[in-house]
Every structure is written in C-alpha cells, then in structure tokens.
Design a protein. Sequence first.
Length: 96
Amino acid sequence: MSSGNQGHAASTAQNMQDKVSGAVQGMQGTAEQVKRAAQEGLNQVRDRAGEYLQEGRDRAMEMERSVEGQIRSQPVQAMLIAAGVGFLLGMLFIRR
C-alpha cells in the first residue's frame, strides 16, 4: 500500500471512530433524558397518589363525623337500622 493510501485509510478509520464515538455519546445523552423523564413521571405519580390518599382520608373522616352526628341526633332510629341490618346479614349467612 502506498503512503497516500495508508494516510487516506487512517483518515477514514479516524473519521469512522469519531462518528461512532459521537453516536455513542448521543445515545448516552438520550438514555439520560429518558431516565430523567421517567423519574419525573414517577415523582408526579407518587405526588398524585399521596394527594388521592389524603383526599380519601379526609372524605372518610367527614363521613364518620356525619354518621356519628346522625346517630347522636336519632339514636333510636340508628339502633333499629343496625338491628335490621344485623338481622338481614344473619339470615343471609344462615342460608348458606
């Protein structure tokens, strides 16, 4: 091989190595972006889940206060309803 061809081959090899190196760096950058996007999505899901959990707790406490208020304001009716529900559940379980 002549020295001109060797120089051209070396230049071509270096050029290809540079392109491969650039492609690898580009893929690493893309992978890092995907990782960051996934982490942000996970954080958003975690935040929403926490908000939904707190909202559920608040609603449960509100319902508890409401039921308790109804029981305190009408205790006889509450006892009769509870007895009726207990009777129906008992009948269902006895039949099985």
